[in-house]
Design a protein around this ligand. Structure first.
Ligand code: MG
Length: 248
């Protein structure tokens, strides 16, 4: 496993890519309401990314047909934007990546559509907070799986399922680089974290069981029990202190 350490110049580009990711999410959030289709959200995101001199990383990635992933309710990740109209009470996870001067940023958020159930509100909140519990431990000289364990420990009291079949990842010139980042406690400590590593940490939290499967479109990952799922991800830079979040 080779984990690429980024130099200052590369980090500067990743900060820009990360900012564009953050601004795209902020821009999209204004359009998330009942009646809009996931395909319309995709177009809004793609236009915005291109107007910032960047490219949508996901478009064409291993054949993915759209610029962003839109996963509604029981869909966990990799939902394909299309004609589906959002309804009041839905939740939608939007995952997007941008490439700026050959470096990538990647982040996901789960949004509420109108008024949602209290239990879904809590699910969104726990997914987001579990990420921040994880990056408390994401510092040079710690080990990668310290981060995984912190996420697991945060989620456990709520009884939600943490997806284990899909992981976070290193990121840089490639969308997916080493290491793979589990979001549950591991038997081994994992690689030592070093300043200059850039990681996409992305807990996927299910209201019910952690079990997931992939739909016939070969992309959309759904919960097996049909319960809702939330996704929260940022690209971070490992430093000597708490990791710097590049996509906020
Ligand atoms: Mg992502």
């Amino acid at each position: 496993m080779a984990i690429f350490i980024k130099n200052d110049e590369q980090i500067a580009l990743m900060r820009i890519a990360g900012k564009i990711v953050a601004r795209t999410h902020e821009h999209l959030s204004k359009f998330i309401k009942a009646g809009i289709t996931t395909g319309e959200l995709n177009s809004i995101a793609e236009d915005f990314i291109r107007s910032n001199d960047a490219k949508p990383t996901f478009l064409g990635y291993r054949g993915f047909p759209k610029a962003i992933c839109t996963s509604v309710n029981n869909e966990v990740i990799h939902g394909i934007p299309g004609l589906r109209k959002l309804l009041n009470g839905d939740i939608i996870s939007i995952d997007l990546g941008v490439c700026y001067k050959r470096f990538h940023g990647d982040a996901a958020r789960t949004f509420a559509v109108g008024d949602i159930d209290q239990k879904h509100r809590e699910l969104l909140d726990v997914a987001e907070k579990s990420f921040f519990a994880g990056i408390e431990l994401c510092t040079a000289e710690n080990n990668l799986h310290d981060v995984s364990a912190a996420i697991d420990d945060y989620v456990k009291p709520y009884g939600f399922g943490i997806v284990t079949e899909w992981c976070g990842h290193g990121i840089g010139r490639q969308l997916h680089e080493d290491p793979q980042i589990p979001h549950t406690r591991q038997a081994k400590r994992g690689p030592r974290l070093r300043r200059g590593m850039t990681l996409a940490i992305e807990p996927m939290i299910n209201l019910g069981s952690s079990k997931v499967s992939t739909m016939n479109d070969n992309w959309t990952v759904i919960t097996r029990d049909g319960e809702y799922s939330a996704h929260y991800e940022n690209t971070v830079l490992v430093t000597d202190g708490t990791a710097e979040v590049l996509t906020l």
